[in-house]
Write a protein that binds this ligand. Structure first.
Ligand SMILES: Nc1ncnc2c1ncn2[C@@H]1O[C@H](COP(=O)(O)OP(=O)(O)OP(=O)(O)O)[C@@H](O)[C@H]1O
Length: 773
């Protein structure tokens, strides 16, 4: 390789080494690649790298999708780092020769690019965010409702600078002047210099300050070239957003797939977990983007899900026949819907996932809901079956509105039969329910052509039902995660007779809206925490949606968020809110890793931290004896004791103290573990492990748990004792024979055993009780 090649030397040494390793000596001369001292025919650099990408796939099993256009070089360089993906062991790291060795051997120094580094298994990246705008509604079909906005002068100047690509403020002022109005009182002051001249030309007649100019709110500019969107929001004023991709309203489904989903499909096949989610207001085109128009699986209009499945299946077929390494693979799909706290299996007629609500996450992620697929017919069957089962309804905002969040999960298990290296990756495709304002979707009142209109005061009205039943949180949620306006609106249509069935329908719609909004609120909170470096707790457990998406959002998977939005002025508040969400997601940086069971690894890591923390607590905790005054609760009626005179017993109580910080840490770890495993904190604390024996509020367990105290001197004083349930003795201790022959509290005479037992249980329970009390 030519050492003097400046463009090649700019690449990091490890990359240079790896390219050399892969393609032999090479040199880049402008747009032509020189390989092994021979010019590669007429191959341009881009063409040559396309060829290398293909070789990388065939020889090393590293997949790259055939994206048209330039950029092959960058993709090749990125993928080259994964060339040892299917190789067992470390991949043969070549150590850097030390300076002394070099001198001894008297060999010419090894160029930096020849030194081999350990292959990368992790990649740092930010969540990729793209924005897609729905075509404008035709006028007269609800597309017009132009809210007027008065921008402050500096924003107005900024807007003109952005839209007209002007740099100088003086040029902007000329535009403003030409437009005829804007400045109000400041007109003369700002333009004084120029106006002086102009006024002189106008025979000295004073210029009257013109009326304030108003702008129409909404999307002002969609700039796919620079991936920029300019918004004028009625409450927030001018806003400029930058994303990884901005697609114009007219682009095809395949362009959206190429820009927002395709790179992640390659990552998925290469063993990374990946998440693609669509977010936006109701009716903004999320389902259209994810699945296609109105559930149609027509080739041209197909959305991301069928396209992704087609690409994965084609790639797997190709890999089976063409790769030089023998690969075995199995692709499965799960399709679930999240409605409030219920997760249902759309491929099993909407049956609940798992036997209990808490088990849903474990059930879904363990693959219990999965179906093997091997061709597109299987995929289309799953999509059709799932679609029939989905909650859909007609609202004023969308004729076919999804009334819950749905999650399509692809799971790919692959193994290199030669090296035995296996990899499991998951692709989460989430079609989130749309955030909606009740007054716009009119689910509380119905829409004349969908549901009969109900007044709040009417019996069975959904509005009054929710108002009565709902707490503040529900009402807030009903208005969407960022509701800018007050709540349930006035009924706009004429009242009409109410039937119970319409009442129920409306209460269903309203409940759905609340559930959707609550899930989205929880999602926003998670994104906020992920963006806050000071926060070490992400509230995934706040909703089933965030629990299921936890590994995709904050975990080690690659993620892409597609913000769907409407351009119309009347939707500008929701559009700004959706774009702001996208911007917040874009700031989240993560480390993605290839490899198998990420969840198990994470849980194992937390487990080791739990053990460490428990050891710290053990070292620090101590029993302290305190005096407690207790009243005789069983005193006979009419006695002095019952009337409050006397009847007070002073008891010595032994209390476990110390290690408060560690307990708090333990509590956090237990919570985190519960989130990851989809269980409850109760079971993490010991409910499951000890056969539910340490359930809260139960005799013995209560004394050891929430009460945080053990009354060791109380063995004879039955009057002051809670009734003890023999079942409450931890099974694990019974088995070990530590409390052999346990029959009741009278047998609890071995103080040491009790102390030991209490400490063991309390370490976890106190961590919980101490923090949550
Ligand atoms: N880019 C687009 N081009 C053409 N039509 C679109 C586009 N996006 C959405 N639509 C149409 O707009 C309507 C609403 O879209 P869709 O059902 O996908 O919205 P949504 O965001 O999923 O709504 P919800 O949250 O209520 O389910 C559909 O009729 C759909 O075909």
């Amino acid at each position: 390789m030519g050492q003097g090649n400046s463009s090649a030397e700019r690449l990091p040494p490890q990359v240079l080494f790896e390219i050399h390793n892969f393609v032999g000596d090479f040199e880049e001369r402008g747009r032509v690649l020189v390989l092994n001292k021979y010019i590669c025919g007429v191959l341009t650099t881009n063409g040559a790298y396309r060829h290398y990408l293909q070789r990388l796939h065939i020889e090393k099993g590293v997949y790259s999708n055939p994206v048209p256009g330039p950029g092959n070089k960058e993709r090749f360089l990125a993928l080259l780092r994964r060339q040892d993906l299917w190789v067992g062991g470390e991949g043969g790291v070549e150590e850097e020769a030390s300076g002394e060795e070099k001198a001894e051997d008297d060999e010419p120094p090894i160029p930096l690019w020849r030194q081999r580094a350990k292959p990368a298994t992790t990649e740092n990246f930010n969540i990729a965010v793209s924005a897609r705008f729905k075509p404008k509604e035709p006028e007269g079909e609800g597309g017009e409702d132009n809210a007027k906005v008065t921008l402050p002068l500096h924003q107005r100047i900024q807007l003109i600078k952005m839209s007209r690509r002007l740099k100088k403020t003086s040029d902007v002022l000329k535009v403003l002047k030409h437009e005829g109005a804007w400045f109000g009182d400041k007109w003369q002051a700002l333009e004084s210099n120029e106006e002086d001249t102009d006024n002189k030309e106008n025979n000295g007649a004073p210029q009257t300050p013109p009326a304030q100019q108003h702008l129409v709110s909404g999307v002002h500019e969609i700039d796919p070239m620079n991936d920029r969107v300019v918004m004028v929001d009625p409450t927030k004023g001018l806003r400029e957003f930058e994303f990884d991709a901005v697609v114009s309203p007219k682009v095809s489904q395949s362009t959206v797939y190429d820009s927002s989903a395709r790179p992640l499909i390659a990552d998925f096949i290469n063993g990374f977990n990946a998440t693609i989610l669509v977010y936006g207001q109701t009716g903004s085109g999320k389902t259209y983007t994810m699945f296609g128009p109105n559930g149609s699986l027509n080739n041209g209009d197909r959305g991301i899900v069928p396209r992704a499945c087609a690409e994965v299946l084609t790639a797997l077929d190709y890999r089976k026949d063409q790769l030089q390494i023998p690969m075995q693979s199995r692709l499965t799909v799960s399709y679930v819907e999240i409605y409030g706290n219920d997760v249902t299996d759309l491929l099993k007629d909407g049956a609940p996932c798992g036997h209990s609500k808490v088990a849903a996450q474990e059930y879904v992620l363990s693959g219990a809901a999965s179906h093997q697929i091997s061709c597109m017919d299987d995929v289309l069957n799953c999509l059709t079956t799932g679609d029939e089962c989905k909650r859909k309804a007609s609202t004023a905002m969308n004729e076919r509105s999804s009334r819950a969040h749905s999650l399509f999960i692809l799971e790919l298990n692959q193994q290199n039969l030669d090296s035995g290296v296996s990899c499991k990756s998951r692709l989460f495709l989430a079609d989130l329910g749309g955030c909606e304002q009740i007054k716009k979707s009119k689910v509380n009142v119905g829409k004349s052509n969908h549901l009969q209109v109900l007044k709040d005061e009417t019996m069975g009205s959904a509005g009054s039902f929710m108002k009565r039943a709902g707490n503040g949180k529900e009402e807030a949620a009903a208005e969407g995660p960022e509701a800018p306006e007050p709540q349930i609106s006035e009924v706009e249509s004429e009242p009409s007779p109410t039937t119970f069935s319409t009442g129920f329908q409306q209460s269903d719609r309203l409940r759905e809206a609340v559930y959707i909004n609550l899930g989205l609120l929880a999602l926003k909170q998670c994104v906020k925490s992920l963006n806050n470096p000071a926060s070490n707790y992400v509230p995934y457990s706040d909703s089933k949606l965030t629990l299921l998406l936890s590994s995709g959002l904050g975990g080690d998977s690659k993620s892409s968020v597609i913000v769907c939005a409407a351009q119309e002025s009347k939707h500008s508040a929701e559009t700004t809110s959706a774009l702001l969400f996208g911007q917040a997601c874009r700031k989240i940086s993560k480390t993605a890793r290839t490899g198998a069971n990420m969840l198990a690894e994470l849980v194992a890591k937390i487990d080791s931290q739990i053990i460490e923390t428990e050891a710290q607590i053990k070292a620090k905790e101590r029993w302290e004896v305190i005096e407690e005054k207790r009243k005789d609760t069983l005193a006979e009626e009419g006695t002095m004791e019952a009337m409050g005179f006397g009847g007070v017993e002073v008891k010595k109580i032994t209390v476990l103290v110390g290690a408060e910080e560690e307990r708090e840490k333990l509590n956090k770890l237990l919570k985190e573990r519960a989130q990851l495993t989809g269980t409850t904190l109760d079971s993490e604390i010991g409910g499951d492990k000890y056969g539910g024996a340490v359930g809260f509020g139960k005799g013995y367990a209560a004394a050891y748990g929430l009460g945080k105290s053990v009354d060791f001197n109380d063995q004879d004083s039955y009057r002051f004792k809670d009734e003890v349930d023999a079942d409450a003795v931890p099974d694990v201790l019974k088995k070990k024979g530590k409390v052999a022959g346990w029959k009741g509290v009278d047998d609890a005479h071995d103080q040491k055993t009790l102390e030991k037992m209490a400490k063991k249980i309390n370490r976890r329970k106190m961590a919980y009780a101490g923090v949550s009390a």
